[in-house]
Write a protein that binds this ligand. Structure first.
Ligand code: ADP
Ligand code: ADP
Ligand code: ZN
Ligand code: ZN
Length: 788
């Protein structure tokens, strides 16, 4: 099905023209992208797709938009570096719809992030009985406050002071402050009652008796630091644990004493758990348990907000409905006074269903969505937008989608295009490449051997172009002649996590098991809820890798350690000099190579450090050489280059070589070893974790869509790697949508039949051959079509 036939006509001059692009590995390329068409960018990982689409076209559009602000506003914005490109013509405003997970802000829900909840609030403020006030009265993010104050007024030249009272009615539950949950502290994890403070009774990170807190505890006079805590009076224990901030004087200095628990709430709980240092996160997870707020029953809403109902349903209950059910409920509300609002909400909810997210509910915390779900949720905002002539840029929109869901996603991308927008998509899946009006194929290889245009033109010409992508376009998988037999199983009985319907299933060990099913069927709920917590399990997912901005593949994998030592030995200096967080680091950027500007509400920006020009080290450090190269030059090598460099000769370094071999095995041979982790895609992060953790003891590996970001040509290599793991005696459990991976499985567990409340059951378990022979499930039907 070629969509090109139905695309609106674009004049020849209506193009985005890129002249001489050289960002990252791009080889001075020029390309024309037709406006108001759908262009798909293909090519192996590392060929330069992101450098062209995100790093050049979208980046320049963003930079030009920033330049339209007044000089005053610009003063608060960093000056974005111009991408390395000679000229760009015909750019329109670009909007990036990526897979970054949605804010860690726990106040953001699917409903608030898409405006669906805002519409619902207005509808409740008009139709709810009783009326409780403005739309704000239904917002769980607005507290009710009232008070009095004096205002100064100018009455005909006379200044008078008048007393005014004010009151704001919000919908926030006062007990949990709109979070829907309250925290409980496990006191036994907080302190050892047998010991005194001076004997180290407190086990709170940062509470050392040798430090600041020790001084305050000894001087405050609320309790005796040498008495075991079990002997404290109730009053003393309360002061230790709960006292609100109180002024005290220590050695003549005014200080504030705060009880341990309010202090923990202030210093740890206001932060995003993922952003914490690992030992603090471990502490928080050990000591604090969250439970549903008893006051609002988890709805986040005040009693007043919950008292107003439409047809017996309050707004919290409406937000908790599965969106498909909510859409049906809204469709029944027939109230002429708010007809346009209802129509708007209905349209929005229908887009959720259409995009394959009908199984979500509006109250779902945005931070719990997977990357693919987050991308589709962001897309919803734009589908309803009346802006046209926008350039939409998508990063692998098929991520997380079952072949069955991809059809719907294709429909939505076409709809965006037909509204008069230019749609640029980076994608690997043949089903998505099929709908391109125009294809730009980058390659031929990755990194230094990529960055060229191998094909550009209509989809019809791609097949004859003979490029790597073209050769794999019609790939079909073959079922294996024999599958491995499992030795033992993990028995799952009565699983009810999220939407699971009392699932009983045996997950075989010692084999390659693939878990399939449409998005929202319950795959993650089953695997993460029932298997991931076991001690012998290594979970390798795509989530961000926390670390400083100085972290890169070399530091993350431990590769830098042997390299540093070798540099030190060769030059007769200390190894510490060669790490970017030590004395040898550039003092301006502190070893990051870039200066990062946090923009608060907007996404932050990095600009190359002017002092070291991105080399991260002091000039004197760069004079030290190993095999003729400086540490900065080594960090600028790709994995493949480093493999050759450390294999033999003067820089021979078996310890480094071993780690590099694993990186190449997972398909990251093109990756620059010093590239900041923050710039890696989800798929790259997952493969980096895989390379790092492959040698670990755990017997069971869980992977979540490891083909994300992989070119068709790279999938075979991944399958080989999974086989290597299984043949080495490990169990591999993979959540996947790629038919080549399904066909390669020893065992398939298929969940469904649908998503959300229509899913949650095991609809098939058995070998791929049996799945195809049966072909009664959606997955079976799609796999059957894919088999040669
Ligand atoms: P693709 O999107 O096709 O996977 P990229 O454009 O991400 O490819 O990468 C092209 C090349 O540029 C790769 O060799 C990659 O390692 C390198 N690269 C990408 N981003 C950066 C960066 N921020 N710093 C250094 N090198 C980078
Ligand atoms: P899959 O992995 O097959 O895409 P999931 O296991 O993510 O499916 O989702 C199954 C159901 O459970 C969906 O209805 C989804 O909305 C719900 N669900 C998943 N994670 C959460 C969560 N953290 N909180 C509430 N509901 C969730
Ligand atoms: Zn509450
Ligand atoms: Zn610097």
């Amino acid at each position: 099905p070629t969509a090109g036939d139905s695309a609106p006509a674009a004049d020849a001059h209506e193009r985005i023209r890129v002249h001489g692009a050289r960002e990252n590995n791009l080889k001075d390329i020029s390309v024309d992208l037709p406006k108001r068409r759908l262009t798909v960018f293909t090519g192996v990982s590392g060929s330069g797709k992101s450098s062209l689409v995100f790093g050049t076209v979208a980046a320049e559009s963003q930079r030009l938009i920033n330049e339209t602000y007044s000089a005053f506003v610009q003063g608060f914005m960093p000056s974005l570096a111009r991408p390395d490109v000679d000229r760009l013509e015909g750019l329109t405003t670009a909007i990036l719809v990526d897979q970054e997970r949605m804010g860690a802000n726990s106040r953001s829900t699917v409903g608030t992030a898409t405006d669906a909840y805002a519409l619902l609030r207005i509808i409740y403020s008009r139709l709810g009985t009783p009326h409780i006030g403005s739309p704000q009265a239904f917002s769980f993010n607005v507290a009710s406050v009232s008070g009095a104050g004096a205002v100064t007024l100018d009455k005909g030249g006379r200044t008078v002071k008048e007393k005014r009272t004010f009151s704001i009615t919000g919908g926030m539950c006062p007990r949990c402050e709109g979070m829907g949950r309250v925290e409980d502290f496990d006191l036994s994890e907080l302190y050892d009652a047998e010991r005194s403070l001076n004997e180290g009774a407190l086990s709170v990170p940062g509470y050392s008796m040798d430090g600041w807190y020790g001084r305050i505890f000894r001087a405050c006079g609320f309790f005796d630091p040498d008495t075991p805590i079990k002997k404290f009076t109730k009053r003393q224990l309360d002061d230790l644990l709960y006292k609100e901030p109180t002024k005290i004087k220590v050695e003549g200095i005014n200080l504030t004493y705060t009880g341990v628990i309010p202090q923990i709430q202030k210093s740890f709980l206001s932060k995003d758990v993922d952003a914490m240092q690992p030992h603090i996160r471990a502490f928080v997870e050990r000591v604090i348990t969250f439970s549903r707020c008893p006051e609002c029953d988890g709805t986040r809403l005040s009693e007043a907000a919950r008292s107003s109902t439409i047809r017996g349903i309050h707004i919290g209950q409406a937000a908790a409905m599965q969106i498909t059910d909510l859409a049906a409920w809204v469709a029944e509300l027939d109230e002429p006074s708010v007809a346009p609002l209802l129509a708007g909400l209905r349209e929005l909810l229908d887009s959720f269903v259409e995009i394959g997210l009908g199984y979500l509910s509006l109250d779902r915390p945005a931070g719990t969505l997977s990357g693919g779900e987050a991308q589709r949720t962001k897309m919803i905002r734009h589908l309803g937008s009346s802006l046209t002539d926008i350039t939409y840029v998508f990063d692998e929109p098929s991520a997380g989608l079952h072949p069955h869901d991809i059809d719907r996603m294709n429909g939505l991308l076409r709809r965006l295009r037909d509204k008069g927008n230019t749609v640029l998509v980076v994608e690997h899946k043949p089903e998505m490449i099929q709908i391109a009006d125009h294809v730009v194929d980058l390659g031929p290889g990755a990194g230094a051997v990529g960055g060229e245009i191998c094909y550009e033109g209509p989809l019809s010409g791609l097949r004859d172009s003979g490029t790597l992508t073209a050769r794999h376009l019609d790939d079909r998988a073959r079922l294996k002649e024999t599958v491995r037999e499992s030795r033992e199983v993990i028995e799952i009985r009565g699983a009810v996590d999220n939407n699971l319907r009392d699932v009983d299933v045996d997950v075989p060990l010692g084999v390659l098991t693939v878990v399939t099913g449409v998005a929202g069927s319950g795959k993650s709920s089953l695997i993460h809820g029932q298997i991931a917590d076991r001690d012998d399990v290594v979970v390798i997912d795509q989530s961000g890798i926390r670390g400083s901005r100085r972290s890169n593949p070399a530091t993350y994998t431990g590769l830098l350690d042997p390299i540093r030592k070798a540099f030190a030995k060769a030059n007769g200096v200390k190894p510490g000099l060669f790490s970017a967080n030590s004395d040898g680091a550039c003092p301006n950027c502190k070893g990051a190579g870039v200066i990062y500007t946090d923009l608060g509400v907007m996404a932050g920006v990095s600009t190359t450090c002017e002092v070291c020009e991105g080399r991260r080290f002091e000039a004197s450090v760069l004079e030290h050489r190993l095999g003729g190269r400086s540490i900065a030059e080594v960090l600028a090598m790709s994995v493949e280059e480093a493999l050759a460099f450390f294999r033999e000769g003067e820089a021979r370094l078996p310890a480094a070589h071993r780690i590099l071999v694993r990186l190449a095995e997972v398909g990251l041979g093109y990756l620059t070893i010093g590239q900041p982790l923050t710039t890696l895609s989800g798929g790259e992060r997952q493969r980096l974790k895989l390379a790092t953790r492959m040698g670990e003891k755990g017997g069971i590996y869980v992977l979540d869509e490891p083909t994300t970001g992989l070119h068709l040509a790279d999938v075979d290599q991944l399958l080989g790697l999974l086989d290597t793991l299984v043949d080495a005696g490990k169990s591999v459990i993979v959540i996947e949508h790629h038919q080549a991976v399904m066909a390669h499985a020893d065992w398939i567990i298929d969940l469904g039949p649908g998503a959300g409340s229509e899913g949650g059951r095991v609809v098939f378990e058995g070998t791929p051959a049996a799945l195809v022979a049966d072909a009664s499930t959606l997955t079976g039907k799609h796999l059957k079509e894919y088999i040669a």
